[in-house]
Design a protein around this ligand. Structure first.
Ligand code: MN
Length: 429
């Protein structure tokens, strides 16, 4: 079935600001609270949020096999379970409804009043209930930087890295949407000059510039997903800030890997941009440097050209762009990650979230964490106000943005913005 929703020449009767991340060719999916405090599944064109629950009740999805309440839910999980064919039919229909030449909704004021919202009337929620969250470590530049800093610059990559998309199981309970502030975590660290660990606020809170993909029900226990089918099970992507406490991480990660340094918060952009919408932006992945085992071999363009930016905004201050990277730098692509994840028969279900790992580019201004940008504090990052940062300070806000650019339109992700508050103080009784 062709993706008519991607037609680059289509115009909409809704107003779309120039350079919007959300032209009619995007049609992402999200969950929001409406002005009447009702939770619904929706999409967005320009700066207009569209209530898909209301559209469905008014009959606009007639002919597409959908249950009556599919969009009247507080997560996208069931819709995602419906599978790729249904996502395509729905996106194609939304494109038709909002096409500049389609009068049905355009000229129906009563319907428009029920279906359309301005962004200040809604509150974005987590789009899916994340059952399981896995984080990969798939940027060669990032793994090399971290290996150089903490082990040995001559053997920065561990022997398995070029053979396996390395990953670990994270924790889904602390995944939050953009706009929710977090507290500086406390924990155990071991200062360099001490023989014993100490307890207290992390002094090295960091972001990780990542993207995450969200899956549909993919396989049963015991059944691997063949690599050439992997993309059929990817619904879409979000921006992902995988908050990290580097000093806690350094002390705790041996031998089982990240634990409390990583599970206090991970923030996502609230609109899921579908893999279908990203079709025009496919690019080749980096060439494998070692011959891969057959289950990890891909053909064709399996990576995507998504420009990524990180901004740091001190309290009451200006935004400072501190990094520019690109999703296409990933050494391991999503198909390889999903094939590897399931090769042992591990089941993947609707709403699972797979983080890419920190996405660092080849140059120092394209690194995806403060750890790398400030080279573990040795080269603090200078801000416009004259101050510097080695790691994230209290009341700083970290903002990530991402978009794909064509000559006459862009498909964007909006942003994920999170403020770091001081350590949580329990209320005095
Ligand atoms: Mn991570």
């Amino acid at each position: 079935m062709s993706i008519t929703a991607n037609d680059p020449t289509r115009k909409t009767w809704l107003e779309v600001p120039e350079n919007s991340d959300f032209p009619i060719q995007n049609i992402p999916f999200g969950v929001f609270l409406t002005r009447d405090d009702i939770i619904t599944i929706g999409t967005r064109i320009g700066d207009t949020a569209i209530d898909l629950g209301a559209l469905h009740q008014l009959g606009y999805f007639e002919g597409i096999p959908l249950t009556d309440d599919i969009f009247l839910q507080d997560t996208l999980n069931d819709f995602i379970s419906d599978g790729k064919k249904t996502w395509r039919l729905v996106r194609n229909r939304i494109a038709e409804i909002f096409d500049i030449n389609n009068k049905t909704l355009r000229d129906h004021e009563e319907h428009r009043k029920v279906v359309l919202f301005s962004l200040d009337e809604i509150e974005m929620q987590l789009p899916v209930q994340v059952g399981d969250y896995t984080d990969f470590y798939s940027s060669k530049e990032h793994a090399t930087n971290v290996g150089s800093m903490f082990r040995d610059p001559d053997n920065a990559l561990l022997p398995n890295w070029l053979h396996i998309p390395v990953g670990y199981h994270g924790r889904s309970s602390s995944i939050i949407p953009s706009g929710i502030p977090i507290h500086r975590p406390q924990g155990q660290t071991k200062p360099k000059d001490s023989d014993e660990p100490v307890f207290g606020p992390s002094k090295r809170v960091d972001f990780e510039l990542e993207m995450a993909f969200i899956t549909t029900d993919a396989n049963h226990l015991g059944e691997p997903i063949p690599i050439e089918e992997a993309e059929d099970y990817i619904f879409g992507l979000v921006l992902f800030n995988d908050w990290s406490a580097r000093d806690i991480q350094t002390w705790e990660y041996v031998p089982l890997g990240p634990f409390l340094a990583k599970n206090f918060a991970s923030s996502i952009s609230p609109w899921i941009v579908t893999l279908d919408a990203l079709e025009p932006f496919r690019v080749e992945s980096p060439k494998p440097e070692k011959k891969l085992l057959p289950y990890l071999q891909t053909t064709g363009k399996k990576s995507f050209d998504i420009k990524l930016e990180v901004f740091l905004q001190p309290e009451n201050g200006e935004e400072n762009k501190i990094s520019e990277s690109n999703f296409k730098y990933m050494y391991w692509n999503m198909s390889q990650q999903l094939a590897h994840h399931t090769v042992n028969g591990c089941p993947v279900v609707s709403g699972d979230m797979m983080g890419s790992g920190t996405i660092s580019g080849p140059t120092p201004d394209s690194y995806g964490s403060m750890l790398e940008l400030s080279w573990k504090g040795e080269k603090p990052v200078r801000l416009k106000d004259g101050n510097t940062r080695s790691f994230i300070e209290d009341n700083d806000t970290v903002i990530m943005r991402g978009f794909c650019q064509k000559e006459n339109y862009r498909i964007g992700f909006g942003e994920v913005s999170t403020k770091l508050l001081p350590v949580f103080e329990p209320k005095k009784k």
